[in-house]
Design a protein around this ligand. Sequence first.
Ligand code: CMC
Length: 422
Amino acid sequence: MPESITITDNRTGQAIEVPIVEGGVNAAEWSKLLPGLWFYDPGFSATAECESAITYIDGEAGVLEYRGYPIEQLAEQASYLEVAYLLLKGELPTPAQLDAFVAEVTGHTFIHENVKRFLEGFHYDAHPMGMLVSEVGALSTFYPDAKDIEDPATRWNHTVRLIAKMPTLAAATHRFCSGRPFVYPDASLSFAENFLSMMWKTSGQPFEADPALVRAVELLFILHADHEQNCSTTTMRVVGSAHADPYSGVAAACAALYGPRHGGANEAVLRMLASIGTLDEVPAFVQSVKEGHGRLQGFGHRVYKNYDPRAKIIRKAAYDVFDVTGKNPLLDIALKLEEVALADDYFISRRLYPNVDFYSGLIYQALGFPVEMFPVLFAIPRTSGWLAHWNEMLDHKTKIARPRQLYTGSPRRDFVPLSGRS
Ligand code: CMC
């Protein structure tokens, strides 16, 4: 029997049966039953914006799956490009499909030489994430055919291009900021290793990254690849719903990711840990958060009301990295902060747990990345998630995103000429 709820409209006394679809109410059905009645839902915390078959989260249980595969298994056994393929195509690739995909991505890692000139226009201390937003947006002008979003082959071509070029743009941005020459992609290296080479290679010397560090980058890329309708993915869908090209969409998604409540959080975590300084200061810091002086960065999540499964994996992986790089001294402060917060009623009652950003910054820092690069590192793998959602949205022939509002401004009034205003 189909599920439904019955509500009484107290204005008319009429009983109305509202069908429940997949655990929620379909707004189109609701509007037919109760025309003109609005949903007021700022921040969309009770609104499903779309149907999606890409990522499943059970926030109560702390479960995350890509296309049905548990994140723990993917983190342990898959490569990032395997995961990107899975997100985009819905199935794990066969060995032949993976080889073809890797070859395709590798073939698109180069960026137009003019992009390097574009970089030169930035001020020397520009934030790398601000630069990335502009660079990705600029790519839209290099590939005007990307506007043909109705053609599946064109869409795939630019999906691959974007995934391939993000590490190159990211590394070029870093090299520019640190005054070092651009390093071209190396087709003989894996996706993660090539990124590290473009970041750190010294000209004239062979580049060899420690396999444990390459694996750590790969792991972080897998964990960050998708997270269903987060702020930047929603941005990608909203911009995409206007049929903008994917470069413009990814630039907008990057802009959302730049915010400290989203992809900027791991940068904020490190700054917070550094400002706490010593273990003794942890209780006083937690107290100040409880008194409303800022937030405990890297804690809390709109969906997870349990330990973020990605944070668990990263916390464990941190030790493998520290075995190679030496321990990040901020780790002890992070562990103490977690211990104090998780025992405190303020955090318990609000169900605030460490999220993905709480430990990721510590690894990035140990790997040698400056904090300003953290959101950029998040954007590289999330590009595959954004594009999986963008393609899915276009396949679903979604309408343009156009929410309504509750107007709370002035009622109609007549214009007063400047001379009549005091
Ligand atoms: N520290 C202290 N208090 C918090 C925190 C925090 N990190 N997060 C939420 N709260 C409190 C908040 O003050 C509110 O308390 P009250 O009910 O007394 O007003 C309650 O918990 C609910 O908070 P909310 O702001 O309504 O929750 P939200 O779902 O809108 O926000 C969040 C989610 C992630 C933006 C928020 O938890 C936050 O700002 N966390 C810190 C930033 C962060 O770590 N962001 C990374 C998110 S995960 C990666 C990603 O998505 O990019």
